[in-house]
Design a protein around this ligand. Structure first.
Ligand code: FAD
Length: 432
């Protein structure tokens, strides 16, 4: 299927989630002259931090250059994992075994914490411990997964089981993969409903959210900060930067350390229930072992497939990314050749040079960023930790604090090297 026939007549170049959860209308609240805490960015990181500071009695102001939640936090695939990408041995070589164990354990903690948080706060967001099938794109990758399950890092419960190729159809209706691994504790969520629930709790806690208010400078003044925005100035005792892949010139230090990479998703038109039951019999989240990864799932009502991947490093036109994702969908599930696309959208995820998320304080400004495409659980969790740190609470400490946050010479935020890097990774994917 090509050209216009690929798209449904009511096709939208917007996130599928936005149809289920319309963007919040917060009006245009006046910018106060001062606040105890100013949070820049209104995604999961910013709102989760703000929830702690507002509940801790600090007047809290959240500013976003766009609509609230406009960034990744309402565009993602809604897959919740333990988030840490480097292996134990990579982390141990860099940071020592104890710290490596702490980082991986904190990844697992972030996953469990999100489930507890959603339940305690009664956030209606289709959160479900679905498990995730991580499918091997080659026999060699299956062997690597088998080794991981047989020899998990000491003291870490991976909660994973191997699925040989002979049993793959019990998990997923394709023969393309070479088996895989099921992470039984990984979960599914409706991205925008989670964001909306968080936003409602933040507003109830007394914080103010000002959308369409870009922060342009942050300068130290007295014991605090003078923040210049597109709508005037505000003074704050503490500043939290939660801009992740959308970090702008206002935080050059952070911009030199995060690499924005495009991530793309389509939603299909509704598919008959018998087909969905055959293709997704266990209703798990799915990812694969390729470096240029694909990730997909059924929608919460099991009517559609949400299919995502890295089709390009910087393409922003959803009409161009949709056919490439659709082609891969059909390669995996040939019977979907005539299924059309109802939504196509993209966003920028924040990679880092060490493939690890980071949190800390630089020049007095608190930050958490660099979730490398796995921030649903981790951004919400590290945002919570940031908020506790601003309140001066010992519970704000994390295994990620004060890790070296690498950059590269001549890198200022424009990833000129990505096109070549993605081609190289595609080549590696064909060979490994
Ligand atoms: C297509 C896609 C699919 C994904 N799928 C998954 C997934 O399935 N599972 C998973 O775990 N993760 C996934 N992710 C990643 C995850 O969504 C992010 O890691 C997470 O949402 C980051 O949240 P955040 O609050 O840090 O940043 P964001 O939600 O991106 O928020 C940053 C905000 O900062 C604002 N901002 C920037 N600069 C300024 C400024 N100067 N002044 C004011 N405001 C500013 C922006 O407007 C933006 O709203 C995906 C991401 C994308 C794009």
């Amino acid at each position: 299927m090509t050209g216009a026939s690929l798209f449904t007549p009511d096709f939208k170049a917007l996130p599928y989630w936005w149809g289920r959860t319309p963007r919040p209308d917060l009006g245009q609240p006046a910018l106060p002259a001062r606040a105890d805490v100013v949070v820049v960015g209104s995604g999961y990181t910013g709102l989760s931090a703000a929830l702690q500071t507002a509940r801790g009695g600090r007047s809290t102001l959240i500013l976003d250059a766009e609509a609230a939640g406009w960034g990744c936090s309402t565009r993602n695939g809604g897959q919740v994992s333990s988030s840490v990408k480097p292996s134990f041995s990579e982390l141990a070589a860099r940071h020592g075994e104890e710290r490596a164990r702490g980082i991986i354990a904190e990844g697992h903690r972030s996953l469990a914490w999100l489930g507890e948080f959603v339940a305690e706060e009664k956030i209606d967001c289709d959160y479900r411990v679905s498990g995730r099938l991580h499918a091997a794109h080659s026999a060699r990758q299956y062997e690597a997964l088998a080794k991981l399950v047989a020899n998990p890092p000491a003291g870490i419960d991976l909660a994973a089981r191997l699925v040989p190729r002979s049993e793959q159809r019990k998990e997923l209706g394709t023969d393309v993969y070479h088996g895989g691994i099921v992470y039984t504790r990984h979960a599914a969520v409706d991205a925008a409903r989670l964001h909306r629930g968080l936003l409602d709790r933040v507003v109830e806690a007394g914080a103010t959210i000002v959308p369409y208010c870009e922060v342009t400078t942050i300068e130290r003044q007295g014991g605090g900060f003078r923040i210049t925005t597109s709508r005037g100035e505000v003074f704050a005792r503490d500043v939290i930067v939660a801009t992740n892949a959308y970090s702008r010139r206002v935080t050059p230090w952070l911009r030199r350390r995060v690499i924005p990479i495009g991530s793309y998703i389509i939603a299909t038109e509704p598919i008959p229930r018998e087909t969905m039951d055959r293709l997704f019999p266990t209703d798990r989240m799915v990812t694969d072992t390729r470096k240029v990864i694909y990730y997909y799932r059924a929608s919460p009502d099991r009517a559609r497939i949400l299919f995502g991947g890295r089709v390009s490093w910087n393409e922003t036109d959803p009409l161009k990314s949709a056919p490439r994702l659709h082609a891969e969908l059909v390669r995996l599930f040939p019977e979907l050749a005539n299924v059309r696309v109802s939504h196509s959208w993209m966003g920028f995820v924040a990679f880092t040079f060490d493939k690890l998320m980071h949190t800390g304080t630089h020049d007095g400004i608190h930050f958490a960023a660099g979730y490398c495409g796995s921030g649903v659980g981790m951004a919400t969790y590290l945002g919570m930790k940031l908020g506790l740190r601003v309140l001066g609470m010992p519970e704000g400490v994390t295994a990620f604090d004060n890790l070296p946050f690498p950059t590269r010479p001549y890198y200022t935020g424009y990833p000129w090297f990505l096109s070549a890097a993605i081609s190289y990774y595609r080549w590696l994917d064909r060979r490994t």
